[in-house]
Ligand binder design. Structure first.
Ligand SMILES: CC(C)(COP(=O)(O)OP(=O)(O)OC[C@H]1O[C@@H](n2cnc3c(N)ncnc32)[C@H](O)[C@@H]1OP(=O)(O)O)[C@@H](O)C(=O)NCCC(=O)NCCS
Length: 152
């Protein structure tokens, strides 16, 4: 059975490994350490909502939602999601995305949006669940070349 709960601090070390492994694989190839992903999860928990996904009571993944990224109160933004490799293909990703939609609805939001790496293999999943590429926004970006910046 798949269940969702607010992430407890004690979940962070395991989730940091799931996060690291999920994004060190292609197409992302981030090269993150578990220390870095632990820091990222702690930062997310300060500014966003972090949820743990349990499969038969075992920690199997996580979902990070940001209700304030764009049009607060209207758009619920999915920031990050990963499922432990050993638990993939069992419908957990599908469950999480449907849960995100229901949760956003229950909070009175009008839409769910998220960015996706354009090489992501999960497009099929997104389309199947009724998500399509937005024709409303383009994402612009500029590298700032700041060396050795430490995020606190
Ligand atoms: C994307 C992810 C969360 C999906 O988790 P999951 O629990 O395996 O998803 P599901 O079991 O619900 O799979 C749903 C469908 O999508 C497909 N799918 C999911 N992720 C896929 C991927 N990366 N590449 C190809 N197909 C994928 C599955 O094959 C399945 O297809 P089917 O219904 O035709 O069998 C998981 O692959 C993951 O953690 N990937 C690394 C991190 C990532 O890409 N996160 C999302 C971007 S922020």
């Amino acid at each position: 059975m798949i269940t969702v709960k607010k992430t407890a601090a004690s979940d962070f070390p395991r989730l940091a490994i799931i996060y690291r492994d999920g994004f060190n694989e292609p197409p992302y190839n981030e090269g993150w350490t578990s220390g870095q992903t632990l820091d990222k999860l702690k930062l997310f928990s300060k500014y966003c909502e972090v949820f743990s996904i349990l499969y038969d009571k075992e920690l199997a993944g996580f979902l990070v939602l940001n209700p304030n990224l764009w049009k607060p109160g209207e758009v619920m933004f999915g920031e990050e999601m990963a499922v432990d490799k050993n638990f993939r293909g069992r419908g957990i990703g599908t469950f999480m995305m449907n849960w995100m939609v229901d949760y956003a609805k229950s909070r009175g939001f009008k839409r769910v949006m998220f960015f996706s790496n354009n090489k992501s293999g999960a497009y099929k999943l997104y389309n199947k669940l009724g998500f399509s590429k937005s024709d409303e926004v383009e994402v612009f970006s500029k590298e700032l070349n700041q060396k050795n910046r430490v995020l606190k």
